[in-house]
Design a protein around this ligand. Sequence first.
Ligand code: GCO
Ligand code: MG
Length: 409
Amino acid sequence: MRIESVEVVVTCPGRNFVTLRVTTDDGLTGWGDATLNGRELAVEAYLREHVAPLLLGRDAGAIEDTWQYLYRGAYWRRGPVTMAAIAAVDTALWDIKAKAAGMPLYQLLGGASRVGALAYGHASGRDLPELFDSIRLHLERGFRAIRVQTGIPGLATVYGVAASAAGGGERYDYEPARPTALPVEETWDTRAYLRHVPGVFEAVRHEFGPELPLLHDGHHRMTPVEAARLGRALEPYDLFWLEDATPGEDQAALRLVRQHTTTPLAIGEVFNSVHDYTTLLSERLIDYVRSAVTHTGGVTGLKKVLDLASVYGVRSGIHGPTDISPVGMAAALHLDIAVHNFGIQEYMPHTAETLEVFRTSFTFADGLLHPSDAPGLGVELDLGAAARFPYRAAYLPVNRLADGTLHDW
Ligand code: GCO
Ligand code: MG
């Protein structure tokens, strides 16, 4: 089975997605997600100009060799653009292999280790009443674990908190990549954040009880000592995890956080290689890995991370906001079902427009996601529908302190 054609599809059904289609000489089609939020066209060009021509005529079944060919062969290793491009090729080839076998992908990854993947949803509110409404809405929709993000008194907006209560408590409008010529600038104040957040978790626990798994994303905004203080302050509220407490590239920073708190730690959505995790895993500084299939070299790349994590008892928490396309999400779900060291899966449902373009078969019931038993990934892209939604430049916001200093966000 040889690769006959490779095409890149860029479409914007509510937000931008970059998708790769690989077709074999016996007519099988595989899909891969290469979406890199705010830098989509860099990956599109990388795939179109530097990857697609190398794939024509290759054995579609040689997945590991193709991964190594694109990774080692380029000489320039790692980085989000390269690894998103490799991810798309890898995921498409796994899709093809599973379709050729007539099996859902998780069967080729070792078969099912569980009946479904526990998902967490994104609740947020500018104040407590809005936040409680959002949590209730998620519980009504079946979520059994909830990420809690809150507005901070004195700050106009906070990344991760929906900007309006549109739709009578509908909180899925949290969408940070905005179609503006320049990134929106927000203001940040860590002292105000640290003063406010523990009280919010106290109120949420008081309202919703001790059982509900609660998560929180610090989005790389704290120094190690600030993160240590927050982790310690949140201990009474029994978090499932505190995510991205400190800037991701500084693995050693988590040593100090770990020494001072027993709040479980998660990190990795901006990582793209197993090498980003070696200190974190070997020193047992984290509890969950947050990498996406889409940004970590695909199923093959993320499986290498999850296998190393399993050696240290660290579990998965695969990245799944809406900038991961339904193709990337389906690939995550097949790993979630197959690997032993599954922890939780992030799930932010895509909009109706997105689901017009991507025909999914995965299901969400009783708090659990399942990729379905359709052969392959179980997602097909409708090219006609995709063409109706042309690319629009959109950027994530940036953050500045009150004196104008650029800050992590
Ligand atoms: C999360 C994230 C996302 C990212 C987004 C950037 O935990 O889901 O932090 O919301 O910010 O994926 O593109
Ligand atoms: Mg995050």
